[in-house]
Design a protein around this ligand. Structure first.
Ligand SMILES: Nc1ncnc2c1ncn2[C@@H]1O[C@H](COP(=O)(O)OP(=O)(O)OP(=O)(O)O)[C@@H](O)[C@H]1O
Ligand SMILES: [Mg+2]
Length: 272
């Protein structure tokens, strides 16, 4: 049959077609209310950092929070939370996510490898399969919000997550440079094509505030966040400055202790 007008949501479609994708099912011991995916057009713009900050913020708002690290070949969540050396328990049927110091439930491929430095040499479909297994085979204990830290770009993993998991919306992370190029538009357009709402844009490394005189410098160029948000009709925008202390707590595995209000309003707005 024709796939014209396909919403990519087979659960609400009455027409059977050869492209039908089944949603992955959570196991009976898990409960996850909301899933938010954090995406970017290209790598290194601070997706994992923003994923971590959002997760910490949701927990500070009183929620039970989980992070699924869907970046299988370049996982960085465990290090930011200081749990890279912890191994997730498995019992042959289920995987038990690792608990962070403050009680966030975290699952990353790094917590399943024998050594955290072992590279994952899998092809795309196997990687995407691992991510859907994180959803179906892990026990997610009464989670209010799950943040999914995605690999950069628009490859197998984002496609699988958007098609198979009940994603409430995406947060797009960019740098000011990134916003003038077309890569961010690719990420935005992917979400649109998959009918996933865009909850907001976070412009990371947006400026640097000089600690000596409080003056702000646009190191990577003038902020484009508002203009891009307007262009795509995206309501919520936040900006995070280049903050050496932030990189420091992330490197030390102490991201849960971060101080900064850049995402406070944003978190509340996307919680609704
Ligand atoms: N606002 C910031 N201030 C200072 N350092 C930052 C900031 N944002 C990110 N960093 C640092 O930049 C590096 C890259 O960030 P991060 O790992 O979050 O990027 P990413 O988009 O997830 O990368 P990848 O595409 O490889 O997954 C990290 O060391 C992080 O601590
Ligand atoms: Mg990352």
């Amino acid at each position: 049959m024709s796939t014209d007008g396909c919403t990519h949501d087979c659960s609400t479609c009455s027409q059977k077609c050869e492209n039908e994708i089944q949603k992955s099912k959570l196991n009976q011991l898990s409960k996850v209310d909301n899933v938010i995916a954090v995406i970017s057009g290209k790598g290194g713009v601070g997706k994992s950092l923003v994923s971590s900050l959002l997760a910490v913020n949701f927990q500070r708002l009183g929620q039970n929070v989980a992070i699924m690290d869907a970046d299988i070949t370049g996982p960085s969540i465990p290090k930011m939370f200081g749990i890279a050396s912890k191994r997730a328990d498995t019992d042959g049927t289920y995987i038990y996510p690792v608990k962070s110091k403050m009680g966030l439930q975290i699952l990353s491929i790094n917590n399943l490898l024998e050594n955290e430095t072992d590279p994952v040499l899998w092809r795309g479909p196997v990687i995407a399969g691992a991510v859907s297994q994180f959803w179906t085979d892990a026990i997610w204990n009464n989670v209010g919000t799950m943040i999914i830290d995605m690999p950069p770009g628009t490859g197998d993993v984002p496609l699988t997550v958007f098609q198979q998991l009940p994603v409430k919306g995406v947060v797009v992370v960019t740098s000011p440079q990134d916003l003038v190029s077309m890569v961010v538009e690719k990420a935005v357009n992917m979400a649109k094509m998959m009918n996933i709402p865009i909850l907001g844009i976070v412009e990371n490394m947006s400026y640097f505030e000089c600690p000596d005189n409080g003056k702000k410098y646009d190191i990577f160029g003038k902020s484009q966040a508002e203009a891009v948000a307007k262009k795509f009709g995206i309501k919520n925008v936040a900006r995070i400055p280049i903050t050496p202390d932030l990189a420091k707590v992330a490197d030390k595995g102490l991201i849960e202790l971060y101080e900064g209000e850049w995402l406070d309003e944003f978190t509340k707005a996307i919680e609704k």
